[in-house]
Design a protein around this ligand. Structure first.
Ligand code: NAD
Length: 246
């Protein structure tokens, strides 16, 4: 029922975060707050907290003052950011979020990870799903830190059902209005006349998802987080299967 939860959207001034905020407001939620390092939006019906995820006091301030019962954590530096920043924001920052959720009895935490946590750049993945393990050697520091962050979030899931409930969403590429990252890179490729080269046989399939659908997936995940859900691979480990083709 709209109005029951108090939402805090971490990274809520970003591309995906803003879509989540808008969809929550659109369905009648009245308690929506945002935590971000930069304030890019100014709405009367939303409380904005400006701060750095890697600073535990900033995170605590936003969680306490917003009275959050459900947190959706979408913040991350761009995947090309320096390693120390990725480490600090994605690992230390996510750890701060989990610590403060536990300290202040937040009920729900949904974390935006990356669909590339499975990829190693060598194996093709056919029909892969969440039963697949993380890549042994992830593609880059960004995905290494996303895996670390996921483990922090998933390990905090309270299997008794009494405490914090968590899950991770792993989007592939995200497209749609408001995108400041992917579209710029594609535009640059066209401007630089780099469309005439092809690497490989052009048979790889990659997925892009409309931002509105990714936002909706996060909200549905928050709605449905409960004592039990079908894909808790830590609680009910599924048989290890190899879906990769070398
Ligand atoms: P974005 O850059 O538009 O938004 C990220 C937000 O996080 C920004 O508003 C930024 O200011 C904020 N942020 C960064 N560092 C922070 C810090 N230290 N403290 C507080 N806030 C901070 O990115 P996006 O495209 O909306 O991506 C959202 C999430 O989805 C990210 O976690 C990203 O890794 C993941 N993801 C994105 C894609 C994609 O194609 N865009 C694909 C897979 C996963």
């Amino acid at each position: 029922m709209p109005g029951e939860e108090s939402y805090l959207i971490i990274g809520g001034c970003g591309f995906l975060g803003r879509w989540i905020v808008d969809q929550l407001v659109e369905r009648g939620e009245t308690k929506v707050a945002v935590f971000d390092i930069v304030q890019r939006h100014f709405d009367n019906n939303i409380t904005f907290f400006t701060g750095d995820l890697s600073n535990a006091a900033d995170v605590e301030n936003a969680i306490v003052k917003s009275g959050a019962t459900s947190i959706i954590h979408t913040a991350s530096p761009h995947y090309t950011a320096p390693a120390d920043i990725l480490e600090r924001v994605n690992v230390t920052g996510t750890s701060n979020v989990v610590d403060m959720c536990l300290k202040h009895n937040v009920r729900k935490l949904v974390y935006t990870s990356s669909g590339a946590v499975y990829l190693d750049g060598i194996h093709q993945l056919i029909s892969a799903d969440e039963r697949l393990d993380y890549a042994e050697k992830p593609l880059d520091v960004y995905n290494t830190t996303k895996i670390e962050a996921e483990k922090i979030v998933l390990n905090a899931n309270d299997r008794s059902g009494e405490g914090l409930l968590t899950c991770c969403i792993r989007p592939c590429g995200i497209f749609g209005p408001g995108d400041q990252n992917n579209i710029k890179q594609w535009h640059r490729v066209v401007l630089n006349g780099q469309t005439k080269w092809q690497i490989g046989d052009n048979m790889n399939i990659n997925d892009f998802t409309f931002v509105g659908n990714v936002a909706r997936a996060h909200i549905l995940a928050s709605d449905r987080l409960a004592e039990s859900y079908p894909c808790d691979r830590f609680r009910d480990p599924l048989p290890s299967i190899d879906l990769s083709v070398g």
